[in-house]
Design a protein around this ligand. Sequence first.
Ligand SMILES: Cc1cc2nc3c(=O)[nH]c(=O)nc-3n(C[C@H](O)[C@H](O)[C@H](O)COP(=O)(O)OP(=O)(O)OC[C@H]3O[C@@H](n4cnc5c(N)ncnc54)[C@H](O)[C@@H]3O)c2cc1C
Length: 458
Amino acid sequence: MTEGPERIKELIEFGVEFTNEKGKLSLGREGGHSKNRIVHSKDLTGREIERALLEKISNISQIKILEYYFAIDFLTRKNFKKRYKPKQKNVCYGIYAFNVETSKVEIITAGTTIIASGGAGQVYLHTSNPPIATGDGVAMGYRAGCEIENMEFVQFHPTTLYEHPDSNVPYVFLISEAVRGAGAVLKRIDGYEFMNKYDKRGSLAPRDIVARSIDNEMKKTGDSFVYLDINPVGLLKFKEEFPNIYEVCISKGIDVSKGLIPVVPAAHYSCGGIRTDLKGRTNIKNLYACGEVSSTGVHGANRLASNSLLEAMVFADAIYNDILYLSSKQKINLNSIPLSNIYEWNDDGTENADEWILISYDKFEIKKLMSDFVGIVRNMYRLKRALRRIKMMKEEIDEFYFKTKLNVDLLELRNLVTVAYLIVCSAMKRKESRGLHYMTDFPFTSEKFLHNTILKKK
Ligand SMILES: Cc1cc2nc3c(=O)[nH]c(=O)nc-3n(C[C@H](O)[C@H](O)[C@H](O)COP(=O)(O)OP(=O)(O)OC[C@H]3O[C@@H](n4cnc5c(N)ncnc54)[C@H](O)[C@@H]3O)c2cc1C
């Protein structure tokens, strides 16, 4: 695909302010890159893109933003009342959504639906992902009959800020790879610079290699973290180029002037997701997936740093063009179907459980299980143990879900356990090591597995 530069130009036209140097875009460098090629906005690129896009759409009257709504499930044939049941299977007609302010479930019908619900990092104990990254879209897709692809390929970012286990933060702060791109190096607490032992690219080796190397060094030494030594960058340059990282380190009481930032790997990016083609189409008609929730194939088994915003932009445009094309050929009808054709959400017999403790308990258990048994380094024995437990939890959570009045925590828990199940099942299917999936009992890449792992609900 070659559309990246065009999309970046478009973002600049929309008002995104990327960092410039001497009138030219400043290009950063991250793990595995052979040259500087990353357009960025200081160290808050995503936030700047989001700011400009929100500003842009605030003037477009056809776009209505519904805040405080939580998508529960896609509307498909089974949700239609008997006499209106469409003939065709595998078509999406919109969603059931939970209105957080009224606690009611609403039906939102649509000619086409695009799911862009982000990643699933919250399935792990330590993650750089925000609390919303509970894999909702993947779980919705699985329930609706989407093909779910390559969920075993979970990227762990090597350098997130170490937090004390008692700190109980919902996600850890990421120390961008660009800091290593600017010259910082990884060291053990005893000062040993270990990365050259693992890869000739040293601290700038691809993420999977760096994350596994840190994991290995931590296991060998028993240390809880390693250091990112920013002395080669210099404090002045560090402050200037990474103002947000600098501020966060200071706010956490880290003495940056000494040049040592404690870091650990954390779950960061889900390469797998709802399988799409290069137009963003899923196997369900009128349903598209975009961004981290999707598996478009562009990341393969090992996403290269900073390719995900690019992917999201390129595929958003491809989806837009495909919808325009199909509607011009009258292959899709952009008018949504009447609400009265669809079953209303039925919560008869559900109760406000007084056992909410079960939700936080289950969430913690899933995260702990996934971190201990399905983390950076895996083996079949641990995966089998994880699967047995996840299956049992999934059954218990489903049972609790169907008898309990909805809230967001419960909806997220149901999705988390589904995503955990999908990651474990996918990992078990791949009896080799490839990209982000590393098995100690199958340490080599095998031609036999040179294919995507696809799961689909029967
Ligand atoms: C700390 C950090 C730094 C990163 N840095 C980079 C970088 O420098 N370059 C790069 O390319 N990538 C980077 N990434 C990855 C990249 O940011 C993400 O892959 C990307 O933001 C995903 O975009 P998205 O639109 O798919 O999802 P998101 O940006 O996560 O948006 C998903 C949206 O869906 C909403 N949502 C989720 N579930 C539901 C639901 N059930 N109902 C209703 N709404 C829902 C969420 O509230 C959110 O608004 C970084 C990621 C992290 C965590």
